[in-house]
Write a protein that binds this ligand. Structure first.
Ligand SMILES: Cc1ncc(COP(=O)(O)O)c(C=O)c1O
Length: 338
């Protein structure tokens, strides 16, 4: 599978993209597993010291396995969260847990644990791995069942928590801006599978990501079926035009990002700004003075080019710089866990 994928991207492109991207985490793992296997044993030994929470216990990474009959694996039937740890604090933990529980409810998945119990296992996993800064992946899967689709054949949900270190986009990208593309395939419409449910089924995003990677880039902007701007494959989008900051309104159909909300409610006011939620179209992106993306993994990062269109003067603009700086200072000093 990984060889096929590398083949379609071209080995040079694939190699040049590995190792310095976090939203492409799965991609990095795939490439590393085939291209760098000879040097992997030392790092595997190191990563096996990581303890993973899986269905009630902490086990070494090599023992953290799910059943091939788990519907999370068979059908992408489950929900998840990605969460940052900054300076020993779990940023927006409660908001992530609330979104996780809401996503679970919306796919009729009963985690059989309370929100407080999931918080507790998350904190235990972070503590067991002695992480001051890092990234948490919380997963609720439908659990083991029969081969058919019927979710009610799965009596016990799977509950998994991984806490690990995180690799950022290269720092130059925050300084110089990220080049992105517009995905050719639209975001799945709300009426079909509401993107505000953070489900394990990310194929729509992954195919858009593949398009970006095949052009040597990291991120793709996804439009909805009406041509409105929705989001990136793993982040939300903001534009700045004549000093006004806007972001798509929820009606356009995207994941209601926790970083997006933090930027609107906390970072923008701290910078003396407000953010307008409104329908945005591709022309708005092309004519923007600045564009930036927000997400747990990406944090706040400017986009300098979309396809062959240069955004603004092709540099990361002053508003984006101010937002990135303010965001970083806030989470480093006192990342709120609310
Ligand atoms: C599709 C998508 N949109 C937006 C985001 C940003 O959301 P958040 O800020 O909660 O990480 C993510 C990241 O999880 C995502 O996967």
């Amino acid at each position: 599978m990984s060889r096929l994928f590398i083949g379609s991207l071209g080995v040079r492109t694939a190699k040049s993209l590995m190792g310095d991207v976090v939203n492409g985490y799965n991609f990095c793992v795939m490439v590393q597993s085939s291209a760098a296997s000879s040097s992997s044993s030392a790092s595997e030994a190191k990563t096996d010291q990581r303890l993973i929470w899986i269905n009630g216990q902490l086990v070494p990474r090599s023992e953290a396995k799910v059943s091939v009959f788990d519907h999370g694996f068979l059908y992408g039937d489950g929900v998840f969260e990605g969460i940052r740890i900054y300076n020993g604090r779990i940023f927006k933990l409660r908001s992530h847990l609330v979104r996780l529980m809401e996503s679970a409810e919306r796919i009729h998945l009963d985690p059989k644990l309370s929100i407080d119990e999931i918080e507790d296992l998350t904190r235990k996993t972070v503590a067991a791995n002695h992480l001051q800064d890092g990234y948490i992946r919380l997963i609720l899967s439908r659990g083991e069942g029969t081969l058919g689709l019927n979710p009610f054949s799965c009596p016990e949900p799977g509950v998994i928590c991984i806490a690990d270190s995180i690799r950022l986009y290269p720092e130059e990208m925050y300084r110089d801006g990220m080049k992105v593309i517009v995905a050719s395939r639209p975001r799945i419409p709300v009426e079909c599978l509401d993107p505000s449910v953070k489900s394990l089924n990310y194929l729509n995003n992954i195919l858009a990501k593949c398009e970006a990677l095949s052009q040597g880039l990291y991120e793709a902007i996804m439009l909805n079926t009406k041509g409105e701007v929705a989001e990136g494959t793993g982040d939300n989008i903001f534009i700045v035009k004549d000093g006004v900051i806007s972001t798509p309104a929820p009606d356009s159909g995207f994941l209601l990002g926790i970083t997006r909300k933090f930027v609107i409610d906390t970072v923008a006011p701290a910078c003396g700004q407000t953010v307008l939620e409104q329908t945005l179209r591709l022309e708005d992106l092309y004519s923007a003075d600045e564009i930036f993306l927000t997400g747990t993994a990406a944090e706040v990062i400017g986009a300098s080019k979309i396809g062959d269109r240069v955004i603004g003067n092709g540099k990361v603009g002053p508003m984006t710089q101010q937002f990135t700086k303010t965001f970083r200072e806030m989470v480093a000093n006192d990342a709120s866990e609310d």
